[in-house]
Design a protein around this ligand. Sequence first.
Ligand code: ZN
Length: 326
Amino acid sequence: MIVQERPIPIRIQKNEVLLRRLPKNHITRAAIESELARRWSGHRGEQAVDFSLSKLPESDYLIFHGMRLTNGQFYFQIDTLILTAYFALILEVKNYVGTLYFDPVLNQLIQTNLQGEEKGYANPVEQARQQQQELKKWLEKRNVFLPIEYLIIISKPSTIIKTASGHEQILENVLHVQYLLSRMDKINSTYKKEILSTKELKKLSRILLKEHTPETFDILPFYKIPLTEIQTGVQCDHCSSNLPMKRHYGTWYCLNCQTKNKNAHIQAINDYFLLTNDAPISNEQLRKFLQLTSANIAYKLLKTMNLSCKGTCRDRVYFPRYAKPN
Ligand SMILES: [Zn+2]
């Protein structure tokens, strides 16, 4: 059973919005585009693994995607966590192409891509082992003593996996996605002792969801882009024109393709929250961002979006529905 669905990662959502709202000739575009391509590729790799996992019997496995937990000092993130009554399994998914060489001496992963270029990465086996340690501590603090396994899943069947001869044990937990289910059968047959009852498993699942803290990412400071460089206005999702839509008789009207869309401001307001890392928005800021002149219309739009707000009439600010005013 999938307990926590895999969302489109927040960094992908924010990079997409930023690209949509940066001038066509902005100096940072290339960096954002390459970051976005890399993140989409990683996300697609994880989806390939999800497809394999969808064949598992629903009732025996609890699947959590993109979990982010803390042991007090820092957060640790687990791409895919699978819980059973007998063991926990961490999957670290890698979507690399070409040849992967696990260097046992330098404890590093070297990728040679299809163009023959080399690139080094931190050893994902080490990464997964650290997640295993952190999860172990996290569970033990909650009196759960479940054995934890981990696997590194290479999501492209054509990727070649290598290491130095005599060091093959380093690849013990590294496998292609098509062998995931048979490996899970093997793990299953190793653990015969039921550690958690159905009730305890449900309880643990509730605690995991409660303590999961979604990642935040403040994109504009990250790329050193001031909000003033962001193109304002309501965008037309029909023609993707750069011209802002005009407010006209209770709807939004595209000057480029003549499309009308009553709800086009919703995306614009969500864009604002994504770009400002959920900063509250005032009526005046909204008018500026939507290129509206009427405070009354701005008020009505905010009201129909049912956002949470704080403050009295004059200094009222609005928050995205998922953020609590503080
Ligand atoms: Zn249009």
